[in-house]
Structure formats: structure tokens, C-alpha cells
Ligand binder design. Structure first.
Ligand SMILES: Cc1cc2nc3c(=O)[nH]c(=O)nc-3n(C[C@H](O)[C@H](O)[C@H](O)COP(=O)(O)OP(=O)(O)OC[C@H]3O[C@@H](n4cnc5c(N)ncnc54)[C@H](O)[C@@H]3O)c2cc1C
Length: 384
């Protein structure tokens, strides 16, 4: 039986372990944190990712932890609707709508499916010898395997061990996130665009709402001394309801802040029997809600390539070829949408909002087709 070592127990690494194990590969996951790395935020999964999770047999688990078929909208700070995406239309066109979950719930379902005996916490990769096929961890443990998958996120150690020297690219904006207790009745999920800042809020199961906020900022900037909540209340003062109430519902301790980065697309990812997956391979800004969705697609297609090619290095190579082709335009498009949505100049913002308002719904849905209408589970077989 082939033995694969996956570095990183995030959404990408755990989904890859499930996909590989289901195809008879002994996939073992090594994670640097002592428990699942729950960032305490929500996440949106689109039909392209949900199709993969369903094929992996996670349909019932997913239904139990998520809110499915959520409508979406883009609004102005006054509350005026610029555009809407209706769940029913997404369902009709793409076989499903947007699914919102708490990341912790998703990670727990994935980890439970991998099997806790196959996840090794407190193992921070420190060295990977590509020629010897050996990974060494900070705690002194070393493991030999037939192949290694670097699913260790934006600042991937596997990536740097492979000799990549490119640095993450700062988007020019920072993001705050929280999940708060909040009544869902009458709640309208939407992203609201202002000048150089945005606020988005989506319901999660239970009477909870996941919200995020963005603002143009220099990299590494910290919250002012009076804290994140006070800062956000001043940034979003006077925006439509219930934005201020949602910010008030979160105390400083539960508001996360991350600067938003991606990387320029890489022409190659791995070497021999080592490859990359998810954010380690193609970190993207969250503007299309596709970072985790693409990691999930990666996982399926990695396993599919391995099941049709007996030479491991050749299978990893064909996985990379198809995934670089798929993820590069999504990464670049997400970057462009971020720059558009974070415009600050008032004339440009007026032009932007007018363009969004005048775009026919049919054009919006068509523009989503290649991203969320994609089925990785059939694309992988038809390419052989
Ligand atoms: C504000 C924001 C909102 C987002 N919203 C969405 C969304 O709605 N939908 C969506 O699809 N995507 C979204 N994303 C993107 C998504 O979060 C990422 O693309 C996704 O989590 C990547 O998963 P991953 O498993 O590749 O990496 P990660 O989630 O980063 O997991 C990497 C894992 O590797 C571990 N690790 C790191 N280094 C080592 C080491 N040396 N040894 C061992 N383990 C290590 C880490 O602890 C971690 O557990 C968003 C991102 C941000 C910042």
C-alpha cells in the first residue's frame, strides 16, 4: 500500500486525506498545532466544492452543520441593493447554492472522517528531504513516505523546502471576522460596499451570524488601543442596519484580524514525489470565496490522478498541470475583484456601483459559471 504524508490539517489537507484513503492510499496527516486549527470564523462553500464533498460521502454531515441555499446581494452603505444572487437560480443553474458553515464544524467533520488515529498533532515540519523522501519535525520525529503533500497554508514550509523563493503579495487591505449570536429572522445576507471598505454578513446554523469587514490599510497595521470593536464601529458608523448591531454583538476577543495576501501564480508547484495543495500552492484573496473550495477540488483531482497512473511522480505532475490551469484564472480574477471592491476614490466608486447595478443578472450568473459550475469529479475522469 502506498504511504502518503500530508503536512497540514486544514480544509485542504484533511480533504486530501479523505480522498486518498478512499482510493486505498495510507494517508497520514501531520499538523503543527496541538488540536485542529480553528480560526473561529465562518466560511462559504460554493457548488463546485460541495459536489466534491458529496462525492466523498459527506452529504449528510454537511447538511447537519450548514445552512444551504443562502441568497446573496451587494448593497451600498445606505442599504440600497446593487445586485442580488438568488439561491433558487444558483440551484437551477449550478445544482446548488452557497453553503455557509462554521469552520470548526467543517474541520471536525473532515477530521472525524479521516480518523483521529491518522492525524498527528504537535508535529511542525522543519525539514523535507526530497531526495531521501523523509520529513523531519520540530519534535525530532522523522517519517519516510512514498510521497509528500504540502497542505500547510500561505506560509508553507514545504513550499520553501522545495526552493520557491517568491513572497506572498499583500492585497492592500485587511479583514476582520467574527461569528456572533444574532437572531436570524428577517436577516438579509449581503456584502455592502463603501469607499475602501466592505462589510459582509451571512447566517450560520443556530441563531448565529458570520460577519467580515475589510478596509484598505498598510500591511501589519494593528487595531488602535481602544480595540477592534470600537475601531470597526467608527469605520462603519451610519451604515445600514444591522451592521452596527452585528459589530456590537462581537467582543474584541472574538474578532479576528488578518491582512489579505495571495501569491502570483507559480508555473510549477512540486518536485518528484512532493507536491503542494490549497493555500500552499495557490493562496488567493477571499473575494470569490474560492480558497477553500479550490483546495477541496485539488484534493479530489490529486486522488483521481493517482488512481489512473501507477507512477506516483507522473501522477503528481499531471495533477499539477490540471490544477495550475484551473486555479490560475480564479486567483487572478479574485485579485481583480478585490481591487474593484476596495476602490476608494468617490467618483470611481460611483462608476463602480453604477456598473454593478446595471449589469443584468443573467450576465452575473454567466460570469460565475466557469468557477462555481465546474465539476471536479467529472472533469478529472474526462481528461484521461
Ligand atoms: C478573511 C478570509 C475569508 C475567507 N473566506 C473564504 C470562503 O468564504 N470560502 C472559501 O472557499 N475560502 C475562503 N477563504 C480562504 C480559505 O480560508 C483558505 O483558502 C483555506 O483555509 C485554505 O486551506 P488550506 O488547508 O490550504 O490551508 P490552511 O487552512 O492555512 O491550513 C494549513 C494547515 O497547515 C498547518 N501548518 C502550517 N505550517 C505547518 C508545519 N510547518 N507543519 C505542520 N503543519 C503546518 C496549519 O496549522 C494549518 O492547520 C477565506 C480566507 C480569508 C483570509
Amino acid at each position: 500500500m502506498l504511504k502518503f504524508v500530508i503536512i497540514g490539517a486544514g480544509i485542504g489537507g484533511l480533504t486530501a486525506a479523505i480522498a486518498l484513503r478512499q482510493r486505498g492510499i495510507d494517508a497520514q496527516v501531520f499538523e503543527k498545532t496541538p488540536t485542529l486549527h480553528d480560526v473561529g470564523a465562518g466560511i462559504a462553500l460554493w457548488p463546485n466544492a460541495v459536489k466534491v464533498l458529496r462525492k466523498l460521502g459527506l452529504d449528510e454531515h454537511l447538511a447537519a452543520i450548514s445552512l444551504t441555499n443562502v441568497d446573496g446581494a451587494i448593497r451600498r452603505s445606505t442599504g440600497y441593493y446593487l445586485a442580488r444572487t438568488l439561491a433558487a437560480e444558483l440551484q437551477r443553474r449550478f445544482g446548488g447554492g452557497m453553503v455557509i458553515l462554521h469552520r470548526r464544524d467543517l474541520l471536525e467533520v473532515l477530521a472525524g472522517t479521516v480518523g483521529h488515529d491518522n492525524i498527528h498533532f504537535d508535529h511542525a515540519l522543519s525539514n523535507l528531504s526530497v531526495s531521501e523522501n523523509v520529513a523531519t519535525f520540530a519534535n525530532g520525529f522523522a517519517v519516510k513516505a512514498d510521497a509528500f503533500i504540502g497542505a500547510d497554508g500561505l506560509h508553507s514550509v514545504v513550499r520553501s523546502q522545495l526552493g520557491h523563493t517568491d513572497q506572498p503579495v499583500y492585497s492592500g487591505y485587511t479583514a476582520w471576522r467574527a461569528v456572533v449570536s444574532f437572531p436570524r429572522s428577517g436577516f438579509v445576507p449581503a456584502e455592502t460596499w463603501g469607499r475602501g471598505k466592505r462589510f459582509g454578513a451571512f447566517p450560520v446554523q443556530g441563531d448565529r451570524v458570520y460577519w467580515f469587514a475589510t478596509c484598505n490599510a498598510t500591511a501589519g497595521e494593528r487595531n488602535p488601543p481602544d480595540g477592534a470593536q470600537a475601531h470597526l464601529l467608527s469605520l462603519f458608523k451610519g451604515w445600514h442596519e444591522p451592521i452596527e448591531a452585528l459589530i456590537r454583538a462581537a467582543d474584541d476577543a472574538c474578532i479576528l484580524r488578518n491582512d489579505i495576501y495571495d501569491r502570483d501564480p507559480s508555473p510549477t508547484w512540486g518536485q518528484g514525489r512532493v507536491t503542494l495543495l490549497g493555500d500552499a500552492a495557490h493562496p488567493m484573496t477571499p473575494n470569490l470565496g474560492q480558497g477553500a473550495c479550490q483546495a477541496i477540488e485539488d484534493a479530489w483531482q490529486l486522488a483521481a490522478c493517482l488512481s489512473t497512473q501507477s507512477d506516483v511522480a507522473a501522477a503528481l505532475n499531471s495533477y499539477e498541470t490540471r490544477r495550475i490551469k484551473r486555479t490560475t484564472p480564479i486567483l487572478l480574477s479574485s485579485r481583480r475583484i478585490g481591487a474593484f471592491a476596495q476602490l476608494e476614490n468617490s467618483l470611481l466608486c460611483t462608476l463602480r456601483d453604477t456598473a454593478v447595478r446595471l449589469t443584468p443578472d443573467s450576465v452575473t450568473y454567466r460570469s460565475l459559471e466557469s468557477v462555481i459550475g465546474y465539476d471536479a469529479t467529472t472533469a478529472s475522469t474526462s481528461l484521461h
